[in-house]
Write a protein that binds this ligand. Structure first.
Ligand code: SF4
Length: 331
């Protein structure tokens, strides 16, 4: 069950006395956020809007939505990061999953006894890192927890940012990811090039995602080779506030033009195959918003992320692209 720190929300409202507030969070916890919004309206008598657009990460807060509504505080729930606030008006609220790993962790001991592993997780299970570490160590596994960096806490990863995994990589034989997300675990497998296992407490199973990650990498590499034949590129800047990388977009434009390619610039909030179908005369796209849009979705034309586009430039210059995803941050 997801547990949201509702008291912190109430305390902030008492302290700040806003005229109205907004709340948002990942799709899976929207029903709980609706309930909290109702509680706020009952308790404080102020409007509490649920921003029901997607919010994929702390890069995608939709604080513009809160501004347009005139909400003085936005509570972004569930993207636990090392910061309590973002700017003056966004308050980050933790949401933890209270499921235990007591039953599934010993299954991992059977597979990895005697090995050194790097233990990682997403925001919802961060509080379980230490208890699981103890279970694994008692079973004879050597456990490393890499240091956090920027918004990341120790042992925490985002879908495109893997600093704690890279920090412990040298010494580890494998990675263990706590949670259900193959999405995060596959990113870890690609960034570290090590066998990676998901410790899933809901299915009570240990599953390896190394092959799945290799398939994602093959698809990403194929897209780079296809894009190398393109003459006209569309470079897309993401309009989500934490994904606005105009400098990178303009760098790619300059570099591609040096290679004799034509470039058009686009901006989009949601980059989907459906939206891209409306854009004519483009052979391949580069999007500098969220790298996982390119690796995890199907598009009719090549749509490269930033690390793929860097690899493309190398390919056009006859340089090796080996290890292009083995970096701590895919931006
Ligand atoms: S993977 Fe995408 S949504 Fe997640 S933190 Fe990175 S840019 Fe944001």
């Amino acid at each position: 069950m997801i547990v949201i720190d509702e008291e912190k929300i109430f305390d902030e409202i008492k302290k700040r006395r806003p005229v109205s507030v907004a709340l948002n969070g990942p799709d899976g916890i929207l029903p709980k956020i609706q309930q909290i919004a109702s509680n706020i309206m009952k308790r404080f008598g102020i409007p509490a809007y649920v921003l029901a657009d997607t919010t994929w990460g702390s890069c995608d807060l939709n604080s513009n939505g809160a501004k347009v509504l005139g909400a003085e505080v936005l509570f972004n729930i569930g993207h636990t990061i090392s910061m309590q606030t973002m700017g003056d008006n966004v308050v980050m609220i933790d949401a933890f999953d209270d499921i235990l790993f007591d039953s599934v962790a010993p299954k991992c001991v059977d597979i990895l006894k005697g090995k050194t592993i790097c233990l990682l997780t997403d925001s919802q299970h961060l509080h379980q890192i230490e208890p699981v570490k103890r279970i694994l160590e008692d079973g004879g596994i050597i456990v490393k927890i890499g240091n956090g960096k920027g918004q990341l806490n120790d042992g925490q990863v985002f879908g495109c940012e893997f600093y704690p995994a890279m920090g412990a990589m040298e010494k580890a034989d494998a990675n263990i990811f706590l949670g259900q997300s193959n999405f995060h675990a596959a990113g870890i497998a690609l960034a570290t090039n090590k066998p990676t296992y998901v410790l899933d407490p809901y299915f009570n199973e240990v599953r390896e995602v190394t092959d799945f990650a290799q398939k994602l990498q093959k698809k990403a590499t194929l897209a780079i080779y296809k894009a190398a034949d393109a003459q006209t590129f569309g470079i897309i800047v993401g309009l989500k506030e934490g994904q606005l990388s105009k400098t990178t977009a303009l760098k790619f434009k300059r570099e591609l033009e040096k290679e004799g390619k034509m470039v058009q610039l686009f901006a989009l909030t949601d980059i989907t195959n459906e939206r891209l179908k409306n854009l004519k005369g483009i052979d391949a796209f580069i999007q500098v918003a969220c790298p996982r849009i390119s690796t995890d979705n199907q598009f009719d034309k090549p749509v490269l992320s930033t690390p793929q586009a860097n690899a493309l430039l190398k390919l056009l210059r006859n340089e090796s692209i080996e290890g292009y995803l083995q970096i701590p941050h895919w931006l």
